[in-house]
Design a protein around this ligand. Structure first.
Ligand SMILES: [Zn+2]
Length: 376
């Protein structure tokens, strides 16, 4: 029996009895509604509760339950129809689901609000770079950059990556799937377009985009920005050329490229001192400066197999984590060969992970994480 709690913009469904969560939600409903209205104002779009219904908020008791139910093992939250309701064109409900930890999830919830309002206004949004870029851009701009100046440092990351691997806008403009730079490149490009001609122009362009192929882009960039696709690419590349690298940019780029945070997330159930690592993570961007000592600590810690503390009772968790790793690689690995390699290694892992051999199992899993959680 699901529980339900009604406030003007949202209704809450909890698959389990979560009295305290529902109470927490109700106490925050007013500020959530004000966040939701901020998003509507930015997007110049009314969600129209009277037409579309209140936004469902689907609550799960913990992250794992939610991820299994949503069938997305790397999602912190998602936006879509309520999981137990079949698609129904007459009632286009869009909600967001999460394990509702509203204390720590402010920016995640905000990000999903953008998707809810955006998808209601642009039902055919097809390219992840645009809609994820938009959610991340608005989140950054409206929630401020306190603690983590992501939006300002992105051009440095993109410039650095371009130096070693090459990077072209065209690849991402038409990409129907996610790629490594989907969120960052989208955020950066939207920032550039908004700085050039303002929010309203950008939204007109974005909402006119029906069929995201190169010819359509060429036509729409000419119409809204007076630039053809080549000129836009040149403008974007020139922005990277002009970007000066800072110490923060250099240090945090290397940390990002090493995927230390993601490795930490996958290794978490096996590590000796998870609290210390969590503290280091929270300190990374404290006061808006990249903390190189804490970064070095995290890098050393997650890269050292001596910090594994395998125990029999964690083996099951570890194998479940291996499924999450599969989901991660399937989303971000650019080559199907890598996915097949991972499947082969995971099969071998299962064979090793007998309860009496936690050390061998943990070490093998550690090696898999290090092999696959890096930019390929
Ligand atoms: Zn998103």
């Amino acid at each position: 029996m699901s529980m339900r709690s009604d406030v003007p913009f949202f209704f809450v469904e909890a698959a389990h009895s979560l009295e305290d969560v529902l109470q927490a939600f109700e106490s925050k409903a007013t500020s959530l509604e004000s966040d939701f209205q901020k998003v509507e104002r930015w997007l110049l779009a009314d969600y129209r509760v009277d037409l579309l219904g209140r936004v469902p908020v689907l609550v799960y008791p913990d992250l794992k339950t939610y991820q299994l139910a949503a069938n997305c093992l790397i999602c912190a939250a998602y936006v879509g129809r309520p999981l137990d309701q079949p698609a129904n064109d007459e009632e286009p409900l869009l909600g967001f689901g999460a394990h509702l930890n509203l204390e720590s999830a402010t920016s995640t919830v905000f990000h999903e609000f953008v998707h809810v309002v955006d998808f209601a206004a642009v039902p055919n949004a097809a390219v992840p770079m645009w809609y994820e870029g938009l959610a991340s851009y608005i989140g950054n701009r409206l929630l401020g950059t306190a603690g983590k100046p992501l939006i300002d440092i992105l051009p440095q990351y993109l410039k650095r990556y371009r130096q070693t691997h090459g990077l072209s806008l065209r690849d991402y403009l038409t990409r129907p799937a996610y790629g490594r730079w989907t969120y960052n490149l989208g955020t950066n490009l939207i920032d550039l377009l908004v700085q050039r001609e303002g929010v309203e122009r950008f939204l007109s362009f974005y909402r006119a985009l029906q069929r995201p192929d190169l010819a359509e882009y060429d036509r729409l960039f000419r119409r809204f920005y007076g630039l053809d696709l080549d000129a836009l690419e040149a403008l974007w590349q020139a922005q990277l050329d002009r970007t000066a690298m800072t110490q923060e940019g250099v240090l945090s780029y290397r940390f990002k490229l090493d995927q230390i945070v993601v490795r930490w997330i996958y290794l978490r159930p096996l590590l000796k001192d998870p609290q210390r690592l969590k503290q280091a993570y929270l300190n990374l961007w404290r006061d808006g400066k990249f903390n190189a000592q804490e970064a070095q600590f995290m890098r050393d810690y997650v890269n050292d197999p001596n910090n594994l503390a395998p125990a029999e009772d964690r083996i099951k968790d570890l194998l479940q984590n291996a499924q999450q790793l599969r989901s991660y690689v399937a989303t971000y690995a650019e080559s199907s060969v890598r996915q097949q390699d991972l499947d082969r290694d995971l099969q071998a892992l299962e064979a090793v992970c007998l309860p009496q051999a936690p050390n061998a199992c943990a070490l093998r899993y550690f090696n898999i994480v290090h092999d696959f959680v890096r930019w390929m």
